[in-house]
Design a protein around this ligand. Structure first.
Ligand code: SIN
Length: 540
């Protein structure tokens, strides 16, 4: 390390720098080997990554009778009219080869007596195609296998406990990141790189109730926005219908595989409410189920997930769903006997940094993968268990795109524009306030008045110099989501506007914005989805 100026150190140059150590980041690092890469992890490797917490599984058409076309068709149908069909087909077609990669990396997917992959059902899938590890432990098992491989791969350098807060630019080219100790404060470190890949995860931590690691607050998304990247579909945030309603942060997830296996949603008097709402009842698309549950809660009824239709005793539930049992036991609930109280929780961001079919963003030198990217595969509502799949399909494509690419030496890098973010009790209080506000006004049900209130409140928080300094990326990510939600004057998938409760055919397209377009929209309160053809073309 050498000294750059009074407050900035410069780390050794990386050929390829991957920011984020979840499934997307580690898979790319392994796929690129032996090309040298640096992985920047905000915690110790594997911690703080949503991937490690994934329960449902990975969707892939491997069962006899199932096809990639059927998988793509379900993905397109769930996405409520705005999925990029080409990308959906690509995911479904390339999925089986990526599962083979994971098997070769040591992921112990569940198999039957004949050694074939076992697959279960989840909402809005027309076939059993969700592959698991030990019931609900897929994320943990995948990450354990990948971490072991990463540790044994000499071409991968891992730097832990460092959080990137700003993209480093050389002219217009992204040439690394500025990062600081995840403990907050201290010096800024410039990590110069020939290519930079953001794999920083989603935005769940911007909301008070989330199934994600709360530290995932849209940092990569905001960093790319500030550098001028084109963003896509920020308004589409997915609420998982069934987190345990127990006022725990983060909210424990009840995997959708439970409903796939026959669990029912009931209200306090044991009445199933989903059959009256959708022909697929508990297996309706996730946004439909989440709104139904939110409606029950608003009507003062407490919705519950009843696992008893699975016909399992306590030991059986524990064997089939160990994570569920662990979470229920901590709360004194016996799921074999008692229905579990549930509420929706923020689970996934369909929006993100716009990328093309090989994960390239609109900025030179910058790729994005995993939840921080918006590929167009998920449209307005992601099909269950397509997120791990997307991370590995695009991870492999990014590795192919970079494998033999000659990367420029980073030089003439501009100084960081932001001061090093600092923590402290004021920042913590500000963050709690932010999470409360975003959950209240940009939740399952939104309207113009609430979103305008949210934007005004976020502007006020940004004017608090200490908070702006401590939480620049969280504040910006929340602002972009609120503005995009205000701009989309219709309801579609995960974005439901009480003041515009039906889908508008004229708006059946993705939204693409740059930060300056967002700021112009906020300034003029233009309630129109941007059709920025220039922006769209740049990433297609
Ligand atoms: C779940 O287990 O219900 C989550 C699966 C997913 O988010 O795809």
């Amino acid at each position: 390390m050498s000294s750059h100026d009074h407050t900035t150190e410069t780390a050794d140059r990386s050929d390829v720098l991957i920011v984020g150590a979840g499934l997307a980041g580690l898979f790319i690092a392994l796929k690129l080997s032996p090309r040298p890469v640096t992985v920047l992890a905000s915690q110790s490797i594997g911690n703080g990554a949503s991937s490690s917490w994934a329960q449902g599984g990975m969707a892939v058409a491997v069962q006899p009778g199932d096809t990639a076309d059927a998988h793509a068709a379900d993905t397109i149908a769930a996405g409520a009219g705005i999925v990029d069909a080409k990308i959906a087909h690509m995911l479904a077609e390339e999925g089986p080869a990526r599962v083979q990669d994971l098997l070769e990396l040591g992921v112990p997917f569940d198999t039957d007596e004949s050694g074939a992959l076992k697959a279960g059902l989840e909402a809005a899938h027309s076939a059993k195609r969700i592959i698991h590890v030990k019931g609900d432990q897929v994320g943990h098992a995948i990450m354990e296998a990948l971490i072991a491989q990463v540790r044994a791969t000499p071409s991968i350098r891992v730097v832990e406990n460092m959080t990137a807060y700003e993209l480093a630019l050389a002219g217009k080219r992204v040439s690394g990141v500025y990062a600081c100790s995840s403990a907050g404060g201290g010096a800024s470190t410039l990590f110069p790189a020939g290519a930079t890949i953001l794999a920083t995860g989603g935005v769940g931590g911007l909301y008070k109730v989330t199934t994600n690691p709360p530290s995932n607050r849209g940092q990569g998304f905001a960093m790319a926005a500030r550098a001028g990247a084109i963003l896509a579909d920020p308004e589409f945030v997915q609420f998982h219908p069934t987190a345990i309603a127990a006022d725990i942060d983060p909210a424990p997830l009840l995997t959708e595989a439970l409903r796939g296996d026959g669990a029912h949603l009931v209200n306090a008097d044991g009445h199933r409410f989903m059959p009256a709402i959708h022909p697929q009842a508990e297996l309706a698309p996730r946004d439909v189920v989440a709104r139904a549950i939110a409606g029950e809660i608003r009507a003062g009824r407490v919705p519950h997930l009843d696992v008893r239709p699975l016909g399992l005793d306590k030991a059986g539930v524990g064997a089939a769903f160990p994570t569920l049992m662990h979470n229920c036991e901590k709360l004194g609930i016996d799921p074999a006997v008692d229905p579990i109280p549930v509420a929706p929780a923020v689970h996934y961001h369909m929006g993100g940094i716009a990328v093309d079919g090989v994960g390239r963003t609109s900025l030179d030198g910058l790729w994005a993968c995993g939840e921080v990217a918006s590929t167009g595969a998920h449209g307005a509502n992601r099909l269950a268990s397509n997120s791990l799949l997307e991370a590995v399909v695009f991870g492999a494509r990014i590795a192919d795109d970079l494998r033999d690419r000659i990367l420029p030496e980073p030089h003439s890098i501009c100084a960081a524009r932001l001061p090093v973010p600092t923590g402290g009790s004021h920042a913590e209080e500000g963050l709690a306030q932010l999470r409360e506000l975003v959950a209240l006004e940009a939740g399952v049900v939104r309207d113009e008045a609430g979103l305008v209130r949210l934007l005004d409140a976020l502007t006020a928080l940004q004017h608090d110099g200490q908070l702006a300094h401590a939480l620049p990326n969280s504040l910006l990510a929340a602002r972009i989501i609120a503005a995009a939600a205000l701009a989309r004057a219709e309801s579609r998938g995960g974005h439901f506007r009480e003041d515009f409760p039906v889908a508008d055919d004229a708006l059946a397209h993705r939204s693409f914005f740059t930060l300056s377009e967002i700021e112009a929209m906020i300034a003029t309160r233009t309630h129109v989805v941007s059709l920025s053809a220039v922006a769209k073309e740049a990433v297609s």
